[in-house]
Design a protein around this ligand. Structure first.
Ligand code: SAM
Length: 260
C-alpha cells in the first residue's frame, strides 16, 4: 500500500492537469475515471444533472464537472443553510447549492488542488456569486470550525482519499447536531487486488481507491453517524470492464445524519 502523501500527490497532479484543460474536457467528455487502456469515462460530467439546473452556469463550470452523481438534489437544501462541499473541483455543486440556500445561506468548497481552486474562484468572480467561498485544504483535515455546517456534500471525491475514516471523522466534527450528509461516490462490491490498489493511475481515476459499500457504511457508523443509506447503485461494468482482481464498481448516493 502506498503512503498517503504519494496518493495525494498523484490525485493533485491529475486534477491539476484537468483543471488546465477545460475546453478539452468539453470536447472529449473525459471525466474523473477512464484514461486507462480499455476504459471510457465513468459517466461523469454535466449530464448528471437536470439540464434546467445548469442554466446560466459558464462553460468553465459545466465543462469541469467531474462528479458521478448529483448530491445537491439529494441534499434537498433549504434557504439559509450552511453547506460544505468536499473536493469542490471547478465548483459546480457549490454554485448549484448557493442558488438553493439563497443569500441567507452560505456554501464552502474545500479542495487541495490549487489549479481547481483558481478555476472555481475565477468562475465565482465572473458570476458575481457572494455566498460561496473556496478554501484550500485536505478533506482529511478540514479547514472548517466544529459544529458549523448543516449539510456536507461531496461528489466523486471520498473514493480518492487514502484515509477515509479520517474524512468521516472530520465530516462528523464540522456538522451541527442533526446535520446531514449527501454524497455521490464510487463504491464496490468486493475489494481490489493489492496490485490495483497500488496503481496510482487507477486510483486517481476514481477506480481503485473505492471501497466495499459495507465497509463504507461501517466507517460512517464508527464515526458516529446514524440513518446511513447507500442506494441507487449504478453499475459501471460497461464503462470500467471487469478484470481479474477487480470487484463490481458502482456509482452510488450515500446519505447519513449526525445525531441531534
Ligand atoms: C473527481 S474530482 C470531483 C470534483 C467535483 N466534486 C465535481 O463534481 O466536479 C475530485 C476533486 O477532489 C479533489 N480532491 C481529491 N482528493 C482530495 C483530498 N484528499 N482533499 C481535498 N481535495 C481532494 C481534487 O483536487 C478534485 O478537484
Amino acid at each position: 500500500m502506498l503512503d498517503k502523501s504519494t496518493i495525494h500527490q498523484a490525485v493533485r497532479q491529475r486534477y491539476g492537469a484537468l483543471a488546465e484543460q477545460v475546453p478539452v474536457i468539453q470536447s472529449t467528455a473525459a471525466g474523473c475515471c477512464g484514461d486507462s487502456p480499455g476504459e471510457g469515462d465513468c459517466g461523469c460530467g454535466a449530464d448528471l444533472y437536470d439540464a434546467s439546473l445548469l442554466e446560466g452556469l459558464p462553460v468553465d463550470v459545466t465543462g469541469l464537472s467531474l462528479g458521478c452523481g448529483d448530491p445537491v438534489t439529494i441534499a434537498a437544501l433549504r434557504p439559509g443553510e450552511t453547506v460544505l462541499d468536499l473536493g469542490s473541483g471547478g465548483g459546480i455543486d457549490c454554485f448549484l447549492a448557493a442558488r438553493q440556500v439563497g443569500e441567507t445561506g452560505y456554501v464552502i468548497g474545500v479542495d487541495m488542488t490549487p489549479a481547481m481552486l483558481a478555476k472555481a474562484n475565477a468562475s465565482k468572480a465572473r458570476m458575481g456569486v457572494a455566498n460561496v467561498e473556496f478554501r484550500e485544504g485536505q478533506i482529511e483535515a478540514l479547514p472548517v470550525d466544529d459544529s458549523t455546517i448543516d449539510v456536507v456534500m461531496s461528489n466523486c471525491v471520498i473514493n480518492l482519499s487514502p484515509d477515509k475514516p479520517a474524512v468521516f471523522r472530520e465530516i462528523f466534527r464540522v456538522l451541527k447536531p442533526g446535520g446531514r450528509v449527501s454524497i455521490s461516490d464510487i463504491v464496490t462490491e468486493g475489494a481490489f487486488s493489492d496490485d490495483l490498489r497500488a496503481d496510482m493511475l487507477r486510483w486517481s481515476e476514481c477506480v481503485s481507491g473505492a471501497i466495499d459499500a459495507s465497509d463504507y457504511t461501517a466507517m460512517l457508523r464508527d464515526a458516529g453517524f446514524e440513518d446511513i443509506h447507500i442506494v441507487d447503485k449504478v453499475d459501471t461494468d460497461d464503462i470500467v470492464p471487469p478484470q481479474p482482481g477487480m470487484p463490481r464498481i458502482f456509482s452510488a448516493r450515500i446519505t447519513a445524519t449526525k445525531p441531534a
